[in-house]
Design a protein around this ligand. Sequence first.
Ligand code: ZN
Length: 133
Amino acid sequence: MQASAARSPGLRAIVLRGLAKRCARCGRGPLYTRWIDLYQRCPRCGLLYLENQGDPWFFQLLIDRALFILPIIAALFFGLHRSSPALFVVFCVVLVAVFFVTTPHRYGLCVALDYYSRLRFGSQGPPEDRVDA
Ligand SMILES: [Zn+2]
């Protein structure tokens, strides 16, 4: 019990490591070989980043919708496209640019949250790494 709490990072550390494109477990290994080409395992600690390729889709959908789709819907709802079409176009271009620039960080966050969910709720993680409830 004590050993697993010492080995498992907390949610805050896992989130920060994911955003920094680092292994959620050790925080040292890189997530990617290049832009968003994910290593299969952490080069430092050997953690299998994804057990299945589609595992982080739920977190990806939530984060992308919250950060990119909802602002566009809000802008449309409040009539930005009618009141100031040029500003609406700039707004959309900035969102698309932010989308591409932050893709490795957002995907890293999703991989990290998937790791956390495996530890916290799943039976897939190694028992010694599970977060105690
Ligand atoms: Zn690692």
